[in-house]
Design a protein around this ligand. Structure first.
Ligand code: HSE
Length: 434
């Protein structure tokens, strides 16, 4: 049987997961590819740590160039993370005509243009299934299964750490700080999990999904993002009373000439399919013009699911290598026109319903002053909850609005900041109807 050689750069959690999938399922993979897929070299700066798996030490090297320069290696797998070094290794491997697999979402979200262009210029193939949604084959779905469709909507829960934190806050009524500390102590979250909870990780992933769905690289800096750090158990409870759950959503909507692309906590109806995606699970709901709604659900992180995604790319590239194909699938599954630019709608132009929680003095006329400012900005109220008097005389006033223009909501809330009737920060959460 023909042999296809793989070189892995980066032998951390995902590198070990990849090695384990390739060795454990060696036979089934050989049958699916029609060739043996063999790990020929593994590069990592740390060769001493016990990784809990059996590896022939002759495979190991500290020098990534031993992988990139090896003429017998067909597929180079970059799993070191970080941006600069990873980019350098990938570009060098492509220049040498290697097919490349990466799980590096930050790299693709920041330097996607350069990497995708190099892949096409050198006529090599690039797999990056593991960069979004861990084990969920969403990139394969967009590049192949949904290729007949114009994508109209994508709504994702793309960050498992935030989803885990929100699930705990919802189920146990605990404050954000306590849940994060517990998650870090239990090893469920990075210490500190800044890029997860501030929306950056989800923005990286949405940038990649949009680039494939709409056929042009989009920089993650253009994606509006807000994290979950200001959410309180009170907001989650009030949302529940209105019939909603709160999730950190990644949303892309095709507006025809422009695209909505945003990451923020959002209230979604409790019976929405994404409202029941809990713990560290990820899910992506999307709509195509012919296929209609599609839903993808699974583990968004972890050694085994991410290893599964990396190996799915290795298998695909090994199949192409076996029959002598290269550069068969353009990275974004589109023939790109260099001048095609995706225009993103500024968040100020969004029209949405809103949840606002005001901390206000409990005295006559307060409610009418708040609703007066909202009315002056064309914001119509659909429901109000005002609970009884608190010890210090300050009460939460919670409102849901009808659809309003974001810029008007921002102006109204900013104007209210100066009003003496408000005793604390106002919390605003966008409401997604579906
Ligand atoms: N840190 C990510 C998450 C997993 O919490 O979803 C890796 O993409």
């Amino acid at each position: 049987m023909q042999q296809i050689n793989v070189g892995i750069i980066g032998f951390g959690t995902v590198g070990c997961g990849t090695f384990e999938v390739l060795t454990t399922n060696r036979e089934v993979i050989a049958n699916r590819v029609g060739a043996e897929v063999v790990v020929k070299r593994i590069a990592d700066l740390d060769l001493e740590s016990d990784r809990g798996i059996q590896v022939n030490r002759d495979l190991l090297t500290v020098d990534a160039m031993d992988v990139i320069d090896d003429p017998e290696i067909d597929v180079v797998v970059e799993l070191i993370g970080g941006v600069e070094k990873a980019k350098e290794f990938i570009l060098m491997a492509m220049e040498k005509g290697k097919n490349v697999v990466t799980a590096n979402k930050a790299l693709l979200a920041e330097y996607g243009s350069e990497i995708f262009e190099a892949s096409e210029r050198y006529g090599t193939s690039l797999g990056f299934e593991a960069s979004v949604g861990g084990g969920i084959p969403i990139i394969n779905a967009l590049r192949r299964g949904l290729a007949a469709n114009r994508i109209q909507t994508m709504i994702g829960i793309l960050n498992g750490t935030s989803n885990y934190i929100l699930t705990k806050m919802t189920k146990e009524g605990l404050p954000y700080v306590k849940v994060v500390q517990d998650a870090v102590d239990l090893g469920f979250a990075e210490d500190p999990p800044t890029l997860d909870v501030d929306g950056t990780d989800a923005a990286h992933k949405l940038a990649i999904l949009i680039s494939i769905a709409f056929g042009s690289p989009v920089s993650f800096n253009e994606i509006y993002k807000e994290g979950i750090t200001d959410l309180t158990p009170d907001d989650i409870r009030f949302a529940g009373q209105f019939g909603y759950s709160i999730k950190l959503l990644a949303i892309a909507r095709n507006l025809g000439d422009r695209l909505q692309a945003r990451i923020h906590p959002a209230m979604i109806p409790k019976d929405h399919i994404l409202a029941n995606v809990n713990e560290a699970y990820n899910a992506i709901y999307l709509e195509g013009d012919f296929v209609g709604p599609n839903l993808y659900y699974g583990l968004g992180a972890g050694k085994r699911p991410t290893g599964s995604a990396v190996v799915s790319d290795i298998i695909e590239l090994a199949r192409q290598t076996r029959v002598g194909l290269k550069g068969f699938m353009p990275p974004l599954a589109h023939v790109r026109s260099p001048d095609k630019k995706i225009l993103i709608q500024p968040i100020e132009e969004l029209t949405s319903a809103y949840y606002c929680r005001f901390s206000a003095l409990d005295s006559p006329g307060v409610l009418s002053k708040i609703s007066g400012v909202l009315g002056d900005h064309h914001i119509s109220i659909s429901s109000v909850i005002q609970k009884g008097r608190e010890v210090n005389g300050s009460v939460p006033i919670v409102m849901l609005t009808h659809e309003a223009l974001e810029s008007n909501v921002q102006k109204a809330l900013s104007l209210m900041k100066g009003m003496k009737i408000l005793t604390g920060k106002t919390i605003m959460i966008r409401v997604e109807s579906g």
